[in-house]
Design a protein around this ligand. Structure first.
Ligand code: NOJ
Ligand code: CA
Length: 551
């Protein structure tokens, strides 16, 4: 890593999310791995991103795609070895790519040593005090300790059976039963995670994405939420929620920040955090995670939730820039990740239906692709950093018709087959047209790829000037060379027609996005640097965006 890299590289960084199981398979077993990532580092460096974020690669029974960690200091055998991980970190740095890992502090796997020890220990024991074990309600303790619901459906509590099959305590899991929640009021839990941070920082990683960053602190009395089931599942915007976004989480991150900053004198410099925090929108709650002595960045999910609508985008952008700006924190834009319907599909749906489950509402991919191209130019022109989810750059849609036998997301079972879950955005990447598994690897991929994806492969799109991939490559290259992009501020052009977003950056850069229903003229005294659709006679098409250099 060169020492010339500015220490606040993260304020402008474009970070590429690698969902490791589905990125590239190096040994032919149908599952992506570290060997696969290593083989594709040149692709990522040439794409023009600054860093990669790798979803959990730790030892895990994969009950939730690796977000159920059995050992935070070991690599899952299907992904590789610790030596290989270290090798990959070094190679990424040689390619000029920073490396961010995923830390999962809200819960462990039920196969973690701590949980096994807790099961083998008595109620009230120190081993159980690392988690949330409680007796049930009712005469035989037959009812869960409170009314909390699992994010994946069903109650957030599971009852244990002792060796004789006699029911005993319940334990809390805000996600799957295989993911027991840790008790962060326990000093041992805090100590353990601080050690884990150091373990990986000492191996040269540049930062961590914090899973469920808003969930660690629970109300000590575990009170009922008191809403009916439907409201609960909608993750209500209620203040003083007993397990989401409680003030107590901030102390944890102040401690973590001190550790990250203590690496300032190392070749990689101080380390970065990005929070996955789903907090109440229309408040400044997200900004609280980014106070100067806390985390550096947080995904802006508010932007991801917007429909294809100028006012919605404008409100979300202004709100983020204003509230985060108050803490002098940069915004972090994101359009897709491994938990949401891919945005090519979302933008091809009717207003209000964008985020409905895979296969549940009609979708037209023609406007979807057109708008996704424009959204990429919008996102990459906004002040701050941005995340690209693997396959965004190929314009991959959600795979809405995976055969039910193939589904692996716990949501499918937990919802009683009401929701197909998130597998449709996790289908292995197509790299080439002819090879088996479209170049993903030599084995049968763990989720089937649509055969039509050969036309969306990296190979098929490379050199095609109208492809999504070449649009991303060009945009990322311009983002590095055009002054004023990345960190900084924007100035809205309030003289733009209704439904058109137009803003200036730096001294002579303008981004125009046409979300209206008619073509709009671009300013005469401007050169088109890049456009998401052909600009004819100076007109910007419906659903298109352009980057301009003002003369
Ligand atoms: C958020 C992760 O992105 C998601 O994939 C996972 O299921 C939950 N956290 C639980 O760890
Ligand atoms: Ca493999």
């Amino acid at each position: 890593m060169t020492s010339t890299t500015p220490t606040d590289w993260w304020r402008s960084a474009v970070i590429y999310q690698i969902y490791i199981r589905s990125f590239a398979d190096g040994n032919g077993d149908g599952v992506g791995d570290i060997t696969g990532i290593r083989s594709r580092l040149p692709y990522l460096a040439a794409l023009g991103v600054d860093a990669i974020w790798i979803t959990p690669w730790y030892t895990s029974p994969l009950a939730d795609g690796g977000y159920d960690v059995a050992d935070f200091r070991a690599i899952a055998p299907e992904f590789g070895t610790l030596a290989e991980a270290e090798q990959m970190i070094a190679e990424a740095h040689e390619h000029g790519l920073r490396v961010i890992l995923d830390i999962v502090p809200n819960h462990t796997s039920d196969q973690h040593e701590w949980f096994k020890e807790a099961l083998a220990s008595e109620p009230g024991s120190p081993a159980r005090a690392r988690y949330w074990f409680r007796p049930g309600h009712g005469p035989d303790g037959a009812f869960p300790p409170n009314d909390w619901r699992s994010v994946f459906g069903g109650p957030a509590w599971t009852r244990l059976l002792d060796d004789e099959g006699v029911p005993e305590e319940w334990y809390l899991h805000l996600f799957a039963p295989e993911q027991p929640d840790l008790n962060w009021s326990n000093p041992e839990v805090r100590q353990e995670f601080e050690d884990i941070l150091r373990f990986w920082f000492d191996r040269g990683i540049d930062g961590f994405r914090i899973d469920v960053a808003h969930g660690l602190d629970k109300h000590a009395a575990l009170p009922d939420i008191g809403l009916d089931e439907e409201e609960l599942l909608a993750e209500p915007d209620i203040p003083d929620h007993p397990h989401w976004d409680r003030d107590g989480v901030h102390d944890i991150y102040r401690d973590w920040r001190r550790i990250a900053d203590s690496y300032a004198g190392t070749p990689e410099g101080a380390r970065l955090f990005v929070a996955e925090a789903w907090v109440r929108t229309e408040t400044n709650r997200l900004a609280r995670y980014l106070r100067p002595d806390e985390l550096h960045t947080a995904f802006n999910f508010d932007f991801l939730k917007c429909g294809w609508n100028a006012e919605e985008f404008r409100r979300s952008i202004d709100h983020s820039l204003q509230t985060l700006g108050e803490e002098n924190a940069p915004a972090t834009w994101v359009l897709s990740n491994h938990d949401v319907i891919r945005h090519v599909t979302r933008y091809g749906r009717a207003a209000g239906q964008e985020h409905k489950g895979a296969g549940s509402v009609p979708t037209d991919l023609v406007p979807g692709v057109l708008r996704a191209r424009a959204a990429a130019l919008l996102m990459l022109a906004l002040p701050g950093g941005a995340y690209i989810y693997q396959g965004d750059e190929l314009g991959l849609p959600e795979v809405e018709n995976l055969p039910v036998e193939a589904l692996q997301d716990p949501i499918w079972e937990r919802s009683g087959h009401q929701s197909r879950g998130r597998d449709g955005c996790r289908v292995p990447l197509p790299w080439s047209a002819d090879e088996p598994a479209l170049g993903f690897g030599t084995g049968t991929p763990w989720l089937p790829q649509p055969s039509g994806w050969k036309d969306l492969s990296v190979e098929a799109q490379t050199g095609d000037q109208f492809s999504m991939l070449e649009l991303y490559r060009e945009a990322l290259s311009l983002r590095r060379s055009v002054p004023g992009l990345g960190d900084g501020s924007l100035t809205w052009r309030d003289d733009s027609p209704e439904g058109v977003l137009a803003f200036d950056r730096g001294t002579n850069f303008r981004c125009v996005v046409n979300l209206s229903r008619r073509v709009v003229p671009l300013p005469a005294k401007a050169d088109v640097l890049l456009a998401s659709a052909p600009v004819l006679d100076g007109q910007l098409f419906v659903g298109a965006a352009a980057w301009l250099r003002l003369r």
